[in-house]
Design a protein around this ligand. Structure first.
Ligand code: NVA
Length: 282
């Protein structure tokens, strides 16, 4: 059974195959060529957190592939009332052909995969955001035509995005640098994974070091969904980790700026930098 739970589970070849297929589907969509690979199939989209882009892209994507998408808000599901994930997994496996889930704990996604009998796609957990980073890799390859020789820098909270970018960037042969303050660095399992790529990964507390000669610079919100209570403290802690013109002077020129969105202008990125690079994100 093929699941997409985290990028560590995919080989570099599998990632390239996914990107190639995505390029092909994008081409076919643009040229009005139908590709009903999901004809007669139903995909459940479970959201325990808010979503704009993931919801719309999955709903429209499943539709374009000829299938039916079911938006399942956890507010309306029994899972939101405490039904064990095992039971949800078993019963939904009988109705659906696949599930995309956005939730808090990575374990919940892993449990769905273990107890269900249909493919599970991780649409964001506190630990990682594999679909977003596959899309980011697709965008990078579209723009540069390659990965090798490129440097990716991530500035800010060592969160789900940082975790997936490090894994995806390294797997694709990029140099990856991450600047995060102590106590907010990427997950230890990801840092352990990065050790398999000696000389390709830099972890620093200094955004200037990370951004130096970068071809692509990523950032993300300083307070992810679920961290709302820490917001005030985080606003102070992450000062100095803003992507702004001064920092970008150290990057390659022109530099590509990526943000998974939603973006908070004036916090992790300035209004000016965001607007100048908006087409690269939206
Ligand atoms: N790190 C962000 C990503 C949102 C798509 C969050 O988890 O809220």
């Amino acid at each position: 059974m093929n699941h997409l739970l985290k990028l560590q589970d995919l080989s570099a070849e599998e990632i390239v195959r996914i990107l190639d297929l995505a390029d092909q589907l994008k081409y076919e969509k643009k040229h009005g060529i139908e590709h009903p690979y999901l004809k007669g199939k139903a995909v459940g989209l479970i959201f325990q957190k808010s979503s704009t882009r993931t919801r719309v892209s999955f709903e429209t994507g499943v539709h374009q592939l000829g299938g039916q998408a079911l938006f399942l808000s956890s507010n309306d599901l029994q899972i939101g009332r405490g039904e064990p994930v095992q039971d949800t997994a078993r019963v939904l496996s009988r109705y659906l052909d696949g599930i995309m889930i956005r939730t808090y704990e990575q374990k919940e996604v892993e449990d769905l995969a273990e107890y269900g009998s249909i493919p599970i796609i991780n649409g964001l957990t506190d630990y990682c955001h594999p679909c977003q980073v596959l899309a980011d890799l697709m965008t990078i390859r579209e723009k540069f035509g390659k990965f090798e020789g490129l440097k990716m820098a991530y500035i800010g909270d060592g969160n789900n995005m940082a975790n997936s970018l490090i894994v995806g960037g390294l797997k694709m042969g990029m140099d990856v640098a991450c600047a995060s303050p102590k106590g907010h660095q990427p997950d230890p399992a990801v840092l352990e994974f990065a050790k398999e790529f000696p000389g390709k990964f830099t972890l620093t507390e200094d955004p200037k070091e990370a951004v130096k000669d970068a071809d692509v610079v990523f950032t993300d919100t300083w307070a992810s969904m679920g961290m709302e209570a820490e917001k005030e403290e985080r606003m102070k802690l992450f000062q100095g980790y803003q992507v702004n013109d001064e920092l970008l002077e150290l990057a390659k020129s022109p530099v590509m700026i990526q943000h998974c969105l939603p973006a908070y202008r004036g916090q992790e990125i300035t209004e000016k930098v965001f607007e100048e690079h908006a087409d690269e994100n939206l």
